[in-house]
Design a binder for this molecule. Structure first.
Ligand code: C2E
Ligand code: MG
Ligand code: MG
Ligand code: MG
Length: 279
């Protein structure tokens, strides 16, 4: 099951933890253990405003190092956590950790950085999602405008009125909502006018091909759709100056990628703030 969904996950199931169903149980136990013993960590990747070159916020990305398995990519364990029902607990941990950290940075350096958190469709679908989100913001005392939620098109497959009003509730709180990996899902574009979102994140696969004629046309078209709907655009996976130049030409608002910075741990991100925002 899980294997089908994500090719990378096969690494966990086949080689690292031999003995199929037993190994799945062990992985589930490991994830539980990681939650309880604070083995997860967040790294943060700067998000830059194209026009000014200034960092306006960052994306929180989960990291997990297991004693036996070593570093396990979120591309491997997030799909598994979704299947075994642990994703909401992990997601709540990420929300609280990211909110606490950005609050600390903003307070310490008098900034208004906004942290973007990836939320799994299964977690978003929980009946209590909005309630818990409010609790966390209150506990941390974070200004909701300093939080952004990234959801994939997968979350939008089911265009029911309950989900639409849930997203409206989140937006009404002052939280920014963006569509992650835009252009890679299987949903129709019609959800874009149904859901009150703020931004589209162009998937890295499009940026990779941006120099090719058709690749440029695709990126241009996505940016035009976004702007026609009053949405801003974030390009992910920007790795060089030339990609940036093309994105600038088409008025893409924000960029993220190795060209600016890899995701950084808390200490390195703090240095990044000190070096880039305080002078
Ligand atoms: P995503 O949200 O689309 O995140 C972007 C991924 O691209 C990250 O991989 C990031 O490290 C990588 N990346 C950023 N810039 C570049 C670049 O210039 N070049 C290349 N080659 N890669 C770049 P990462 O951290 O391995 O995360 C992979 C995916 O795992 C994320 O994709 C997201 O879907 C999921 N994920 C990560 N953290 C969380 C989390 O806390 N919760 C949930 N539900 N999912 C998460
Ligand atoms: Mg993301
Ligand atoms: Mg993405
Ligand atoms: Mg992506």
């Amino acid at each position: 099951e899980a294997k089908k969904k994500n090719g990378n996950a096969a690494i966990i199931y086949s080689s690292d933890l031999p003995g199929s169903s037993n190994s799945l149980l062990r992985l589930e136990t490991k994830l539980h253990h990681a939650l309880q013993h604070h083995a997860f960590e967040l790294h943060y990747q700067p998000k830059i405003t194209v026009q000014t070159g200034k960092m306006e916020g960052m994306e929180a990305l989960i990291r997990w190092t297991d004693d036996e398995l070593g570093v396990v990519s979120p591309l491997q364990f997030i799909p598994f956590a979704e299947e075994c029902g642990l994703i909401s607990k992990i997601g709540e941990w990420v929300l609280k950790e990211a909110a606490t950290q950005v609050k600390q940075w903003n307070d310490t350096y008098h900034l208004k950085l906004r942290v973007a958190v990836n939320i799994s469709p299964k977690h978003l679908a929980e009946r209590t999602f909005v309630e818990r989100l409010k609790d966390i913001l209150q506990e941390v005392n974070l200004d909701p405008t300093h939080l952004e939620i990234e959801i994939t098109e997968m979350s939008m497959l089911d265009q029911n009125s309950e989900l639409i009003s849930k997203i409206q509730d989140i937006k009404n709180m002052g939280i920014t909502i963006s569509i992650d990996d835009f252009g890679t899902g299987y949903s129709s574009l019609s959800y874009l006018k149904q859901f009150p979102v703020d931004a589209l994140k162009i998937d890295r696969s499009f940026i990779k091909n941006i120099r090719k004629e058709k690749g440029t046309a695709m990126v241009e078209a996505i940016i035009k759709i976004a702007h026609a709907l009053n949405l801003s655009v974030v390009a992910e996976g920007v790795e060089d100056e030339q990609e940036l130049r093309i994105l600038k030409e088409y008025a893409c608002e924000y960029v993220q990628g190795y060209h600016f910075s890899k995701p950084l741990n808390v200490q390195d991100f703090t240095h990044h703030i000190e070096k880039n925002l305080l002078s």
